[in-house]
Ligand binder design. Sequence first.
Ligand code: GLP
Length: 245
Amino acid sequence: TVIHEDSNVASLFVANEIASLINEKQKLGKKTVIGLATGSTPTKVYEYLVKFHKEGKLSFKNVVTFNLDEYFPMEPSSIHSYVRFMNEHLFDHIDIEPDNIHIPDGTLKGEEVRQYCHDYEEKIQNVGGIDIQILGIGRTGHIGFNEPGSALNSKTRLIRLDRVTRLDAASDFFGEENVPRKAITMGVGTILSAKRIILMAWGEGKSPIIKEAVEGKIKESVPATFLQHHENCDFVLDDASASSL
Ligand code: GLP
C-alpha cells in the first residue's frame, strides 16, 4: 500500500509509472497493454497522461487499451456511456490508434453478449495480456463491475448491478430509475491476470471499504479482497481513504 498526502500527488505517481512503462516498452519496439477504469477516481491520472503527451514526452502509438466495463444497455453517444467518458478524459487528447481502443459494447443484443465477452477475453490474450491495470473501487467492494458474489476466476460477462452501486450512480443519471440494471465487466479472473495492478481510492467515503479490501478476509462478498492474491498489486491511497488502516 502506498499512501500519499492527496489525490493529486498520488495520481501523478500513478501517471509516471504508466508513462515510464510505455516509454520503456516503446524503446524495445513493444506495445504496452493498459487496462483502464472509469469513475471520478482515475480522472487526474488521465489529465497527467494527456499533459505528458502535450509536452511531447509520451506517445500512445504503441499503446493498446482495454476498459474494464460499460453499462448495459448503453449507447456510445449517451452522456452516461464509458465510451464518452474515455473520449472526453483521454482518447480525444492523445495519439492512440482508434483500433487499439477496446471498451465493452453496450449496444449488443442479448444473445450476442456471450460470444462478445468470450472474444473480449481472447483479444486481451492475443496481445499478450494486460501489462498494467488501473482500478477504482465501489462502495460495495466492486472492482470493474464485479459486484459481491463475483467468483475469483470470473471472466468478462454481463452482470446485474448491486442496489448500492445504482444508488451511487443515481445522481449522474438524474434518478435511480434511469441507472441501467446491468453492465458488461471484465471478470475478477481477467483483472487478476494483469501483470501489474494499481487500485486507487480517494476520500474518507472510501476508507471503510479500503480497510476491508486491504485487511479483511478474502471473500466473494468483497471482490476487492481477491487482489490480496496478486503479487504485484498496489493500493495507492490518499490520507483520507487510508485513515481506517
Ligand atoms: C463505477 C465503476 C468502477 C469505479 C466505481 C467507483 O462503479 N464501474 O470502475 O471504480 O464506479 O467510482 P468513483 O471512482 O467515481 O468513486
